[in-house]
Each structure stands twice: as structure tokens, then as C-alpha cells.
Write a protein that binds this ligand. Structure first.
Ligand SMILES: [Zn+2]
Length: 320
């Protein structure tokens, strides 16, 4: 089994059967030991520490502070249980930032995209899950079938349409996206290389693997081949699954592949990419890190991304 990447490896029991039991849900939401993870406008409540060696941690509220905050929340979702203790995401996005921070009483609301790479993996997974559920609720307040309002059910894991016959149910969505390291044994006469590209909106100098969303009516392997062809005109074969990663920015599941190129001439789609090139292992080893200050000329994708995992794995394989 592939190693757990950031934002996966959740240790909670999701308690999928129990959360349909209204008495079970009510008992856990009322319990003083229930742990609340506040979410505000897509941000999670975080403790940061002055010591650089101590990573940021989620703020978990219990007791009276937790119940006061839950009372103000637009949506609450029981994420799961650890023994008898429930973990609950509570979205207080309707408040302004000062009021939300004051209500929480400690920590600050931070963008997981900014701090996720610094956190322990299972904590990042918990926050990603909380953020993802809050995002889904905020965008499904009305039924996509008939337009009637919807209401949260099953401890926040379903939204029921409130039209006359209550017939439409909506469940959390995840958007599948493929991300692929395309390799070739000798594309430019300097030995093995891989295809990396960059988008204009990315931080200066960062190159990464190509990626894109899966279309309806398309297998994952077909999506990999289509995205590579569209973005670079490179043709590929031998598409092999490597690993997956929840990418909660806002609601993707990244499905990671490696593929071998059968052509070498690159023509980029300028609507998607600013540049794409073949890079040898030696060239990639000379890259700086994502967060380097001052910026490196070329740099790697962030350490918490599956793109980085795919590149590191390929380097390990070609360098033996
Ligand atoms: Zn409906």
C-alpha cells in the first residue's frame, strides 16, 4: 500500500451507520466531552507556536466553549468518533472575523493551504475533512433538482430537499482529478527525463506534474492521456496508478499516475500552461524548495502535494 500522503490517514471512526440514528447524534452533540473543530469561511482554527520546531495544531474546543460556539454555527457535522468522543466540525462563517475569533476564544483562523504542509498528517486530514464538509454544505443549501431549500441530516452527511414529497437527497461530492508524472528514457539526448510544466499563476519558478479533472464518460487512464495530449501534445502509454490524495482546495481527490511518453516534441496549450519542459534528475535535484526565501530560480512543488510525491518517487527509481 502506498504511504499516506498529507490530508489522508484520518484516525477517527466515521461511524457511518450510527450517524443516521437521531438519538445517537443528539447525545453526542450535547456531550461535554465532544470536540469541536470550528471552521470560518473555509479556514480552520489553529494554534501556532513561537518555537519553529513545533508544528501548528488544530484548536479543539470542549465543554461550555464548545457548546456556545455550536449554538452560533450554521452547520454542524459529526466527522467521526474516537472511542466515545465525537469530533464535530462547526461552521461559523456567518460571523465577521473578529466575532468568530472572539467566540472561539483561542487560536486564529488560518488557511489550511498555507499551513497544511507543516502539520502532522492525521491532523491535516481532520482539518481537511472539516473544511471539505463545511464547503459542501455552504454550496448545497438549495436542491439542484427542484430548487427548494435543503436541510442537513444524518449528522451532516446528507442534505434533504424540503419540497412537498421530500424526494431528493444530496450527498457530499468529491471531484476526481488525475495528476501524472510523464517520463521518457531519453527525450533530448541526456538520458531519462520527466515532463514538468508551470501555470502562470503559480509562485515564480515552480514546476510540477501535469494534472486535470476527469470528464464524464472517461476512464482515469483516458483522462491522463487526454490531459497530457491537450496540455503538451505529448502522447503516452503504460499509465500506472501510483497513489491518491484528498486535496480539499476545495473538493478534489487527486489520483496520481506515472506514464511513459511515446513522443518528445512539446507544444504547450497557452491557456493552461506558461511553460513545459523535459527535466533530467540532475536538473530537478538543483531545484530549490517551494517556500525558499529569497526565491530559487526553479523550485519543487510543495512538500504536502502528491505532485511532489510523484516526482520524488520517480527520482528514486531512475537514480537507483
Ligand atoms: Zn428537490
Amino acid at each position: 500500500m502506498a504511504k499516506y500522503l498529507n490530508y489522508s490517514g484520518l484516525t477517527l471512526d466515521r461511524a457511518a451507520a450510527l450517524r443516521r440514528d437521531e438519538a445517537w447524534v443528539a447525545r453526542h452533540l450535547a456531550h461535554t466531552q465532544t470536540c469541536i473543530l470550528p471552521v470560518w469561511q473555509g479556514r480552520n482554527l489553529i494554534h501556532t507556536f513561537e518555537a519553529a520546531s513545533r508544528p501548528p495544531e488544530p484548536v479543539v474546543l470542549t465543554g461550555g466553549a464548545a457548546h456556545t460556539l455550536m449554538g452560533e454555527a450554521g452547520t454542524v457535522v459529526i466527522l467521526g468518533v474516537e472511542g466515545e468522543t465525537a469530533y464535530v466540525a462547526a461552521d461559523i462563517s456567518a460571523l465577521d472575523e473578529d466575532a468568530a475569533t472572539a467566540l472561539a476564544g483561542t487560536g486564529a483562523f488560518e488557511d489550511l493551504r498555507r499551513i497544511g504542509a507543516l502539520m502532522a498528517g492525521d491532523q491535516g486530514a481532520l482539518l481537511a475533512y472539516a473544511r471539505g464538509m463545511a464547503h459542501w454544505h455552504a454550496r448545497h443549501r438549495f436542491c439542484g433538482v427542484c430548487g427548494a431549500p435543503t436541510q442537513s441530516r444524518d449528522a451532516g452527511h446528507m442534505r434533504q430537499c424540503l419540497n412537498a414529497d421530500n424526494s431528493h437527497m444530496h450527498f457530499p461530492r468529491t471531484d476526481p482529478a488525475v495528476i501524472m508524472l510523464v517520463a521518457h528514457d531519453n527525450p533530448e539526448g541526456h538520458g531519462p527525463a520527466c515532463l514538468l510544466g508551470r501555470q502562470k499563476k503559480w509562485i515564480d519558478g515552480m514546476y510540477s506534474t501535469l494534472a486535470g479533472f476527469v470528464d464524464p464518460g472517461e476512464s482515469l487512464e483516458e483522462a491522463v492521456a487526454r490531459e497530457v495530449l491537450e496540455e503538451s501534445t505529448i502522447r503516452i502509454t503504460d499509465v500506472r496508478y501510483q497513489a491518491s490524495q484528498p486535496w480539499p482546495f476545495p473538493s478534489s481527490l487527486m489520483l496520481g499516475f506515472r506514464a511513459m511518453a511515446t513522443t518528445t516534441d512539446i507544444t504547450i496549450d497557452r491557456r493552461e500552461l506558461e511553460d513545459a519542459r523535459w527535466f533530467t534528475p540532475a536538473q530537478i535535484r538543483a531545484f530549490g524548495e517551494w517556500g525558499d526565501e529569497p526565491p530559487s530560480k526553479n523550485r519543487m512543488p510543495r512538500k504536502d502535494s502528491i505532485a511532489r510525491h510523484l516526482i520524488d518517487d520517480w527520482l528514486g527509481d531512475v537514480e537507483g
